[in-house]
Write a protein that binds this ligand. Structure first.
Ligand code: MLT
Length: 206
């Protein structure tokens, strides 16, 4: 495991122990950090290289990947700036650790920045798993996602992400050419065992 502050984001990098699996870019939720999703990454993609940055925005001391004005109301200029910053980090980390193009695995705020990176810098990601994601940018970028696989897992009783919003995100990504698998689970905003199982199966097949 490598911990370094030399790249733009504080992060953890876990080398692959199995050849041929795409690396996983782990993106935590609000108040999380670079350690949070490592166990999930190991479970859903055993043996894959893991790259786990910490969001550079602080909200009341809690790390996030971009600024928000209120819950579910995003500072879209900051979303764009931070998405490019994260995309640059991924490129630098790929060079530093000799990684293939990663699949993003983001939860909540981490899923939202992953969706923004997909739309603004699609070449940086091989695909994405978006757990409890919502539309990050109302002014939708003109992206070409050209067959990129995307799994979106929403919670039927999620108090943060309205069903309509998650469906709109799926439609936007599909409209840009991604192969989207969107499922709604009997869950709230928190992750369940079903999220873990479905993500593992999807990653095994992609
Ligand atoms: C966000 O701010 O990205 C979403 O509201 C999810 C959250 O982090 O609570």
């Amino acid at each position: 495991m490598t911990i370094t502050t030399e790249l733009s984001h504080l992060h953890r990098s876990v080398p692959a122990t199995v050849a041929g699996r795409p690396p996983i870019l782990l993106l935590h939720g609000t108040g999380g950090d670079e350690n949070d999703l490592l166990p999930l990454g190991r479970t859903v993609a055993p043996g894959a290289a893991l790259l786990s940055p910490r969001g550079r925005v602080l909200e009341g001391g809690m790390p996030r990947f971009f600024r928000r004005l209120a819950e579910g109301v995003f500072d879209e200029e900051d979303v764009r700036r931070r998405a490019h910053e994260l995309a640059d980090f991924v490129q630098d980390a790929r060079d530093a650790y000799r990684l293939d193009t990663p699949i993003a695995l983001g939860f909540s705020n981490g899923a939202n920045i992953a969706a923004a990176v997909l739309q603004l810098r699609p070449e940086v990601l091989a695909g994405a798993v978006l757990l409890r994601a919502m539309v990050p940018l109302k002014d939708v970028p003109d992206a070409n996602l050209d067959g990129k696989p995307v799994l979106i897992l929403s919670g039927a009783t999620d108090p943060i992400v309205p069903a309509e919003n998650a469906a709109r995100l799926a439609a936007i990504l599909k409209g840009a050419g991604a192969i989207v698998d969107h499922r709604t689970l009997p869950a709230g905003h928190g992750l369940t065992q079903a999220d873990v199982m479905i993500t593992k199966t999807w990653l095994d097949q992609s």
